[in-house]
Ligand binder design. Structure first.
Ligand SMILES: Cc1cc2nc3c(=O)[nH]c(=O)nc-3n(C[C@H](O)[C@H](O)[C@H](O)COP(=O)(O)OP(=O)(O)OC[C@H]3O[C@@H](n4cnc5c(N)ncnc54)[C@H](O)[C@@H]3O)c2cc1C
Length: 388
């Protein structure tokens, strides 16, 4: 165990998927850091499930991709339906090799794999059961206080990175506002044994009553996401399965429900993302609608960019301000695109009384020449460079 009296160049608050991956990137570029995480283990239950090719490419650079692929399910195509008719299919086959698929892996398993890789490379890098409670800044140094096993500890760092999620203490401490709004959309989702005929394919049903999404999971299970007219408190498996049966006539096997939840969606962006020596990444910097499955992947892109940014800063400290401004601009651009793409996905999935033109549009988007552009958009290609 490291001696906490030693100052760190970088302290990372939050060892969720983004903080753990940032640790791996800093390890790779040889910058000393510490990750403080309040939980004793990854949060059980699966929120995120999609790992996009852009992230697999980043994982590959760190020698991680093969292990993730061994643990997940490769989604190589998706099918779009109305309540009772097929509109078309979208294949990722022609996307750049070798990652021409989206990998389905529940978030807690993703976090466990990242943690294993990080602690194998540096056993002292992650401090669990460490709840950060106070942050103070003086003389270009940041003092971070955390509680651990009944004692209070303080460390010092040159830069502080908040990877501490939507309710970020780091963001609040820095006085950074989190601006945005909720959308009217609400959903329920659950994981069940897979009794569908879709195998490793994804399926999206653009029903008149609202969207249903269905994704493969490891261990012969399947995730079902169902749009609801309003937020449902204390959702039961029956509420989800009856909506699926009513809208598309499929009977879900609900004998072993492994995860069930209700969620509303919102867009929130930190303004600014960087303030003095405090930098935000992941959900601490931006929360976007999960429809389209981009949030965690966007956080990994932040982390990789930040590791490059910090490498430049430690070579040219006198230019730190302008280097950090550029990080902020790049991240703002990527977040705007991800928000636009998520909004497009949500709009297409809303209940409608006149689906004719929406369905025509989807059929068109799933055919050449537009289908390759759609495959690129759905796999998060160009999120940092394109205008959409
Ligand atoms: C229903 C749903 C489905 C989703 N599906 C997808 C998907 O398919 N694909 C996708 O890319 N994204 C998806 N997302 C989004 C994804 O879950 C988040 O973007 C991702 O978890 C963000 O990771 P993070 O590390 O930034 O934050 P978090 O996962 O919130 O992790 C933050 C960590 O910081 C720790 N922490 C907080 N405060 C402190 C403190 N004071 N001291 C120490 N530690 C602290 C927390 O314990 C936590 O471990 C989904 C989200 C939802 C709600």
């Amino acid at each position: 165990m490291r001696n906490f009296s030693e100052p760190y160049p970088i302290a990372v608050v939050g060892g969720g998927p983004v903080g753990l991956y940032l640790g791996l990137c800093l390890e790779q570029v040889g910058i000393s850091y510490i990750v403080l995480e309040q939980r004793s283990a990854p949060r059980p239950g699966s929120r995120s499930l999609g790992i996009h090719p852009v992230s697999l490419e980043l994982f590959d650079e760190l020698g991680l991709a093969d292990n993730f692929i061994r643990n997940g399910i490769k989604i190589q195509q998706g099918h779009a339906f109305t309540n009772n008719k097929k509109l078309g299919s979208l294949s990722f086959e022609d996307c750049p090799l070798p990652f021409n698929f989206i990998l389905a892996l529940p978030q807690h398993r993703t976090e466990s794999l990242l943690e294993k890789a990080l602690t194998e490379r540096n056993p002292d890098s992650l401090i669990r059961n460490a709840e950060v409670t106070a942050i103070t800044e003086h003389n270009q140094k940041i003092e971070i206080t955390f509680k651990r096993n009944g004692s209070t500890n303080t460390i010092e760092s040159a830069y502080l990175v908040g990877c501490d999620g939507k309710n970020s203490l780091v963001r609040k401490h820095a006085g950074i506002s989190f601006k945005g709004q909720p959308y009217p959309d609400t959903y329920i989702m659950g994981d069940f044994p897979d009794n569908s005929d879709f195998g490793s394919d994804a399926a999206i049903f653009l029903c008149n009553e609202g969207l249903i999404e269905s994704f493969p999971l490891p261990d012969d299970r399947r995730r079902w996401v169902v749009k609801t007219a309003e937020y449902i408190n204390d959702v039961t498996p029956e509420q989800l399965t009856s909506k699926v049966l009513h809208r598309i006539g499929h009977t879900i096997d609900d004998t072993q429900t492994s995860m069930l939840s209700s969620f509303g969606v919102q867009k929130l962006v930190a303004q600014p993302i960087v303030k003095d020596r405090v930098i935000l990444a992941g959900d601490a910097a931006h929360v976007i609608s999960p429809i389209g499955g981009q949030g965690m992947n966007l956080g990994w892109l932040d982390a990789q960019d930040l590791a490059d940014t910090l490498t430049q800063i430690f070579k040219n400290d006198f230019q730190a301000r302008s280097i950090l401004n550029q990080y902020q601009k790049r991240r703002e651009h990527a977040v705007k695109n991800a928000i636009r793409r998520a909004e497009m996905n949500m709009k297409l999935g809303r209940a409608t009384k006149s689906p004719f033109w929406r369905n025509r549009l989807i059929s068109l988007m799933l055919k050449a020449p537009l289908s390759q552009l759609m495959a690129n958009i759905f796999t998060m290609r160009g999120i940092e460079r394109w205008l959409i």
